[in-house]
Design a protein around this ligand. Structure first.
Ligand SMILES: *Cc1c(COP(=O)(O)O)cnc(C)c1O
Length: 360
């Protein structure tokens, strides 16, 4: 077997231990004589697995009791609509921090349902920084403030939690959840598509403060209503059982490694190394303001873009895959989520140095 070093932005690498466990489980899961894909979601075996996944993610993130943990299909993008539909009536104002490609999409969707105020926008410098809070134009009576703590495409990250003076804070944590501990009590809603740091695509983790569950509108579909998921333990209809099961294995795996403090140390070390290597060279550069650089997604460009395709082809040959930057940004991007090891980052840095020596 040969596994590559996978720097995919999403769907992203999964821990090998988890993949091996899945392989072992497939023909006869949990002594059922069936795979997890072939059992009822309402049967005892799956219900226990589902409940354990919830408990483990609550433990990992220290989720307070006054929050519901939901598993929802539809991806993070569905919450670009669900958040405004559940938290704001049609005439209410909502505030958004627009700091990159994903928050821009969230803005475009929410605009369809409510009065939207872009309270900060870093588009003037191509989403390479987080505007300082002193410059934000937050509304007085916003139903919520939405932001994207880590911009997966632009490689920009908030290294602080915004202050909103009691207005519920909503965060799209798709590409940063579980990378470090967070203070859940500071948030109204956290949502995160699974395929970066949780598990396979097809499921979204949602953490909602219970007092926000009552929908602001009554005319929304039940499957777009947080309260209905909360009341049915996310089994309103058939959930994506396989994705839920794998997410549970990832949570168990992270607990086994020592939890999110350990992951934070590893992730910071990985990111620091990679940025240090980029900054030490005139051959590579990262455009993001240093205090807003992402621990998870590291975009970088070659000073001579004519070498991009040679760089990528050589990387592929060296077993370093999925390094091509997003089509909207160009250059390269190394996504270094939890499951991308420090060895992978070391191998990338070594390849970059060699490539520079040969082509610089
Ligand atoms: C990947 C990603 C999304 C989109 O997720 P889907 O599951 O494809 O809807 C949204 N926001 C962020 C920050 C992401 O990284």
């Amino acid at each position: 077997m040969s596994r590559v070093y996978n720097f995919s932005a999403g769907p992203a690498a999964l821990p090998l231990e988890v993949l091996e466990r899945i392989r072992a489980d497939i023909p006869d899961w949990n002594g059922t004589g069936m795979s997890v894909m072939e059992v009822s979601h309402r049967g005892k075996a799956f219900m226990e697995t589902a409940a354990r996944a919830e408990k483990d993610v609550r433990d990992l993130l220290s989720v307070p009791d006054d929050y519901s943990v939901l598993f929802v299909q539809g991806g993070a993008t569905m919450h670009f609509s669900m958040v405004p539909l559940n938290l704001a009536g049609g005439t209410q104002t909502v505030d958004y921090l627009q700091t990159g490609s994903w928050s821009k999409k969230a803005v475009a969707e929410a605009r369809r349902y409510c009065k939207l105020n872009v309270a900060a926008d870093s588009g003037d410098r191509n989403y390479t920084y987080i505007p300082p809070p002193s410059e934000w134009r937050l509304s007085r009576n916003a139903a919520y403030v939405h932001y994207t703590p880590n911009e997966t495409i632009d490689g920009v990250e908030f290294h602080f939690i915004p202050q909103t003076d009691g207005v519920p804070l909503v965060a799209d944590m798709s590409s940063t959840i579980l990378s470090r501990p967070i203070d859940v009590s500071r948030f109204g809603i956290i949502y995160a598509g699974a395929q970066k740091n949780i598990g396979p695509a097809g499921i979204t983790l949602v953490i909602v403060r219970k007092d926000l569950l009552e929908p602001a509108r009554k005319d929304i579909p039940s499957l777009l209503t947080y309260k209905i998921y909360a009341e049915s333990d996310s089994m309103t209809n058939t959930p994506p059982t396989f994705a839920w099961y794998v997410a549970g294995l990832v949570f168990e795996h992270l607990k086994g490694l020592g939890g999110l403090d350990v992951m934070a140390q590893r992730n910071k070390r990985k990111a620091d190394k990679l940025y240090a290597a980029i900054d030490a060279s005139d051959f590579y550069s990262n455009p993001v303001q240093p205090d807003c650089r992402s621990w998870m997604n590291v975009p970088f460009v070659l000073t001579n873009p004519a070498l991009d395709s040679t760089f990528l082809a050589g990387a592929e040959q060296a077993g370093l895959t999925n390094l091509k930057g997003h089509r909207s940004v160009g250059g390269m991007r190394a996504s270094i989520y939890n499951a991308t090891s420090e060895d992978a980052v070391d191998a990338l840095i070594q390849y970059m140095r060699e490539f520079e020596r040969k082509n610089g």
